[in-house]
Design a protein around this ligand. Sequence first.
Ligand code: GAL
Length: 379
Amino acid sequence: MKKKLMAMLLSMALVGSIAGCGVTTTAPGGDSDASKTESQGKTDGGSGSGKTIGILMPTKSSERWINDGNDMVKSLKELGYNTDLQYAEDVVETQVSQAENLITKGVSGLVIANIDGESLTDVCQKAKDAGIPVIAYDRLIKNTANVDYYISFDNKLVGNQMGQYIEKKLDLKNAQKSYNVELFAGSPDDNNAHMFFEGAMEVLQPYIDSKKLTVVSGQTKFDEICTLRWDGALAQARMENILTANYSGGKKVDAVLSPYDGISRGIVEALRSVGYGSGDLPWPVITGQDAETASIKSIIAGEQTSTIFKDTRKLSAQAVKTIDAAIKGQKAEVNDEKTYNNGVKVVPSYLCQPVSVDKSNYKEVLIDSGYLKEENLSK
Ligand code: GAL
């Protein structure tokens, strides 16, 4: 417990130090590091007519957000828009001031993957007052009527697929014994983290109830298992703590529910440090999400077991179509108008489909589709 607290404090200090060195907050219209334009698309005279779209992404520490941002810049440019892409290195205040600056500068639309879903209520009000449509990208923006659309994946299904992977791998339907499992969730301020966990537990809870699965640490509540800012180092520390406190008497971990590849790799390192993957301690089943290059390598090496592939090319293309329509005052395409109640309204959503990936299908799903390059997996 002490160790867990230490790890949390350490990670908060880390976040603080990131905020202190390099990422500064800016006055409206200012030109500091934090508001530096990543990519300034030049209009090509398309239907965007040189209007500027502000794109706010949470962090560059995960390759997916870099791809999401770059893909949107490219597609918006093709439509004749200029773009202003900014990253906030997971500092909430930085993202809020980036959004305020963009509104002051007079962008025509905002696409935001938030850091804290509850931090943008005032920003969305300012955008509304200035007539700027706001698209919530991948993560729901909560507590505001002033978010126009939500573009994401079927997040509950993502969680279901993680749970189903563990169910299938351990053959829980036919199991005659109890397997040991540990549970991890994502950042508590990200609505997705709650939906992933809910989806996974829909599948796993019946097996915990029937004792085919045992959570040896006893940590099953979201508040106990969540990982602030999806931080892999924090997850690693928590897993180390769990192993020391609960698995010293020869017990072994059979499965770990992990909601994100960065967290999965932290868990792998904690397990490796006590001998998993060598001798007679095989790797447990370890899930993940995002199909990051480092995790696909780990899957090929037999460490992490699976991931959930969410094609960010489709997500970003849909977001581009949506902001384009919203700016033109047209109704954008949606396929879900009931799931995402943000506390004030049900946000009209377009949800893409996730795909479960492991060693058996990564080539077909990730390489053949051009999402990852085979040569990058052997480097
Ligand atoms: C979630 C997102 C996941 C993963 C995670 C950590 O909001 O849906 O795909 O990227 O953040 O970045």
